[in-house]
Design a protein around this ligand. Structure first.
Ligand code: SF4
Ligand code: SF4
Length: 256
């Protein structure tokens, strides 16, 4: 994967492994996973990993980091699991190439446009939470298709359904499946009541979870800046613009 995907695993680990309700199913899959990341050679128009604490060469969440150099790739272990993986291969020792890999990683960082300061993001989103006009304007052209969540390496909303017939010889199953908080049905209750009937409320929830409430609980953004939600949105909604608009709106209020 890419470093922003690996950072996604690190973000999911917090609620699923470190929370009050550590999840044994997630743990089993996570412990069976070895993450090998290919660093990015340059930034791109939609990615913003360096805005949110990552970067094109971030090792967070990876067991092995691969860096492309002229004529090949350099593989470097990040964790004991990564060392074990590389130790089991018959790849040539590439230590003499490490300086070339380091130079390639520095060049990747040098290609980035400087990041804005998002330290006020959480407080700003809190400040504009009740501003329905702000959220309606930010969400107006959203189609509620959910692509932004399904492409996201840090989105983890899920649904639970009971399927099959428990009394039959085959038994029933309780299934957990990935779900999409941008869907109007996501929060609909059995009574028919929906606490987030409007799409602006769902967008507000998504952005606030990533840049306000998750950081409050876990100390980092629930966004690795991959930009896939931007690149794959059919109407070009940009989560970066929403967060920056919230910061500007909150500053405007504070100055008013
Ligand atoms: S991908 Fe774009 S249009 Fe689809 S739900 Fe997300 S923001 Fe809305
Ligand atoms: S940039 Fe979008 S898709 Fe990527 S982690 Fe952040 S919210 Fe998810």
């Amino acid at each position: 994967c890419r470093p922003f995907d690996a950072r996604g695993f690190a973000a999911l680990d917090k609620p699923f492994l470190e929370g009050v309700y550590a999840d044994p199913y997630y743990r089993a899959r996570r412990e069976a996973l070895t993450v090998v990341s290919l660093t990015c050679a340059t930034g791109c128009e939609t990615c913003f990993c360096h805005w949110v604490g990552g970067g094109p060469t971030s090792p967070v969440g990876s067991d092995v980091l691969i860096t492309e150099i002229e004529g090949g790739y350099v593989l470097q272990a990040v964790t004991p699991r990564g060392e074990e993986l590389l130790g089991a291969t018959d790849l040539a020792d590439g230590a003499e190439k490490f300086p070339l890999a380091e130079a390639a990683r520095k060049a990747a960082w040098a290609s980035l446009v400087p990041a804005p300061d998002l330290k006020d993001a959480a407080a700003s989103l809190r400040a504009v939470f009740d501003d329905a006009a702000f959220w309606e304007a930010e969400t107006a052209r959203c189609l509620s298709c959910g692509a932004c969540t399904y492409f996201c390496p840090t989105c983890y909303c899920f649904n639970i359904t009971d399927e099959g017939e428990p009394e039959s010889p085959c038994g029933g199953k309780r299934l957990r499946s990935w779900d999409n908080c941008m869907s109007s049905r996501y929060t609909r209750e059995a009574s028919g009541h929906n606490p987030r009937p409007h799409k602006f409320q769902r967008m507000r929830n998504r952005v606030s979870h990533k840049f306000w409430t998750y950081p409050e609980n876990w100390g980092s953004f629930l966004c690795s800046g991959c930009g896939r939600c931007i690149a794959n949105c059919p109407v070009c909604l940009d989560i970066r613009a929403i967060v920056l608009d919230a910061v500007a709106a909150a500053r405007g209020r504070a100055g008013a």
